[in-house]
Ligand binder design. Structure first.
Ligand SMILES: [Zn+2]
Length: 188
C-alpha cells in the first residue's frame, strides 16, 4: 500500500543523477582509425565512426552516463490523482509519480539504488548497440570509399583526356603538330 501525501508534506524523493564518464573508444582504442580487411585481402584504413562527433571527427573516447543516487528532501506543492494513483509536484520544481516518493530517506535510497541499477543496464545496452551498429557500418564505409576512389580516378582520366584534346586544338590553331601521348610540339 502506498501512503498518500498532502500539500506541505516534507517527503523523500528517489532521485538519480547522471554524470558523464569518458571510456577509451572500444572500436579504435583511442587511435581514431580502424583497419578493415576486405574479402580480397585488401586493407582499408578508415576514420573511426564510433567515436566520431559530426564534423569534429573521431574523438577517441565514448561517453557513458553513470547514474548516481541522489535522494532529495522535497515539499509537496500540488498533487494529482485519479482516485487510485497519485502524481506529485514539489516546491523544489521536481515532479514524480507516487512510487518514487517516500517518508524516510532510507526508503528513498533503496528505490534510488534500484533505479540507478536499471539505468546502468539500459546504458550498457545502449553502448553495446552503438558499438555493434558502428561495426556494421564499416563495410558500407569501405564500399563508399572504394566507389569514390574509382569515381575520382574516372574523373581524372576524363579531365586528362579533355586537357589532351584541348592541347591538340591549341596546337592546330597555332599551326603546330601535336605528338599524341607526349606534350611534344613541333613546327609543321
Ligand atoms: Zn574510435
Amino acid at each position: 500500500m502506498t501512503t498518500h501525501f498532502n500539500i506541505g508534506d516534507k517527503v523523500w524523493l528517489a532521485n538519480c543523477g547522471t554524470k558523464e564518464k569518458r571510456n577509451p573508444c572500444p572500436i579504435c582504442a583511442g587511435k581514431l582509425k580502424v583497419t578493415l580487411t576486405l574479402g580480397s585481402g585488401e586493407q582499408c584504413i578508415l576514420d573511426c565512426d564510433y567515436c566520431a562527433k559530426g564534423y569534429e571527427g573521431p574523438q577517441g573516447y565514448e561517453l557513458e552516463l553513470e547514474p548516481y543516487i541522489k535522494p532529495e528532501l522535497v515539499t509537496v506543492s500540488v498533487f494529482e490523482t485519479d482516485g487510485k494513483n497519485f502524481n506529485y509536484h514539489f516546491e523544489e520544481e521536481f515532479y514524480a509519480e507516487q512510487d518514487k516518493v517516500f517518508l524516510t530517506k532510507e526508503a528513498a535510497e533503496v528505490k534510488c539504488a534500484q533505479i540507478a541499477a536499471e539505468m546502468a543496464i539500459q546504458e550498457q545496452k545502449r553502448l553495446e548497440w552503438a558499438k555493434e551498429n558502428s561495426k556494421k557500418k564499416y563495410s558500407w564505409h569501405a564500399g563508399y570509399h572504394k566507389r569514390e576512389a574509382k569515381r575520382h580516378e574516372e574523373q581524372m582520366n576524363y579531365h586528362e583526356k579533355k586537357a589532351h584534346f584541348m592541347a591538340i586544338r591549341v596546337a592546330e590553331e597555332k599551326g603546330l603538330t601535336f605528338n599524341t601521348g607526349r606534350l611534344n610540339l613541333t613546327k609543321k
